[in-house]
Design a protein. Sequence first.
Length: 385
Amino acid sequence: MRLLVCLAQFLLSCSFVAGSARAQDLIAAKDIPAAVRILDNAPLKNSLPCNIHLPKKTHLDFMFRYTSGFWIECRLGLIQPGMRLLGLVRITPRDSQPVLMIKVFDIPQPRYSISLHNLTVQMSGGFSLGPGKYLLEVVLFDQHGHSCREERKLKTGEDKVSKIAPLALGPGVVAPPFKARWDGALANSGLRVTVLLHAYSPGRPRISALDRAYLLQSLTALLGQVPCQSVKLIAFNLDRQEEVFREDSFDADGFVRLERALEQMELATIPYQALMHGSWAKFLVDMTRKEATLKRPPDAVIFLGAWGSHEWDKLPTDTASSFEGSDTHFFYFEYFEPAQLGHGKDGLERLIKELHGSAFVVWSPETLAQAIKRMLAQMSGAPRL
């Protein structure tokens, strides 16, 4: 009962919850005492039908921050569509005060008529750390005071990069997921660029917080380092064969709208048309050719996203000939972890090779910066670096 009272008071008073239903951020100073009471009074025994999956390690992201995410999987039944769940995250650095974050999850309505007991929903969150040792706690609550919790110790800063490159966060520093936002700055004599952003999160019903962070961070780095006269951005999902976002004159405000679109997109179902043989290739080729054969085509079409969709699948033999007459350059910045370097070509890489473009493998800030330099060298006609 005490927990339920504290939770109700917190939900009523917390300005963050009232203002945003999906973002994750630091808890306001005035709300910290109430959040601590809730966490400290939460029972150790789980009463929500949920599993919280915490990371075993962190990864250095494109902004030199140790970043990781957590997944929560819940069975519907006790948890009903339309309910709102509250996630509290407490990260305590060794020899320092804890940092508290909040994440609110809205349970969506199912698209089809089916027993709720046969359905699960997944949710995710994330965080960034400086080097050090930490205790991570994630506790999930519903409005009736049911809860589940999980905790784990984490250690960062023992890799080689931390010893040779300046890190964005100091020892013991905790931050919410990085909100990478391009400032929209353009150059009068820059390139006309079309970015085809692959919104892809393998095996997930939504794009995870960590995958979104990598996409937005790498997009920020790309647009910040490439002098652009104009930017057109199209976000798409190749498995579903659909565009999820498009702006012909992409700017800083458009970046905010892109963030929202990526967070809201659903990947759990695939339209039956997308299952037809070869339909993925037609979608990809048609979308790319449309951009490359405009009356005033871009100087460069740049694919950006995680490797893996339609690995080994073939493209039509006449793909390259359908682009004849286009002077557009084609590039693919494909992200995957070093452990996956022994990979085959995915669908995007096969298209880039057919069009005599360049595919760059990126998995760290250094490899991304090197790839951007190589692309700019090719665009200017200089020797490849």
